[in-house]
Design a binder for this molecule. Sequence first.
Ligand code: IMP
Length: 192
Amino acid sequence: MKLVFATNNQHKLKEVQAMLTNFEIVSLAAINCFDDIPETANTLEGNAILKADYITKKFGLNCFADDTGLEVEALNNKPGVYSARYAGESNNANANMDKLLNELQDKKNRKAQFRTAIALNIDGKQFIFEGICKGQILTAKQGDSGFGYDPIFMPNGFNNSFAEMSMTQKGAISHRGKAIEKLVTFLNEQSW
Ligand code: IMP
């Protein structure tokens, strides 16, 4: 089945394509959508819905969209829905990580979780899925794979950061991997 994944992020697209091999996952570019889709909600779920609805309304296509945030316990779950632009509008991963490391400098509690919300629009209905990956914020950056906050996030049960893992390793335990797994299970249970 063909499904639009409402993203322009090639890392995410590849991660998801690797997990959803029996579906034809197409990006926004593949449907010639180069719009700046609004992400103005104040929850992850709200933003996922905004994005999926935008594509379904404008292009009439089945679509899913995700929104992810890093929720840090000692910072009252910040940066959360504002993770991309935590250090300013430019979505600069290094600046975001530096800001977070700075804010956690004196904190003993390094607990954090990545949380992904997915909104799926299919055949006129909407479904929401959630995936969580719990871990710790490291005191310095480690590794150079992945994207975003990967170099400073160490998932529970591991001794390395997300940025020191292969895409397949990360996908097997990640927030997005878990949310996608729920989406896949759901899609496989139905006859579309
Ligand atoms: P998005 O909603 O998936 O675009 O994620 C918002 C922001 O959260 C991104 O710009 C990244 O800073 C961060 N983020 C999302 N997913 C990940 C991940 O898997 N690893 C590290 N950072 C991530």
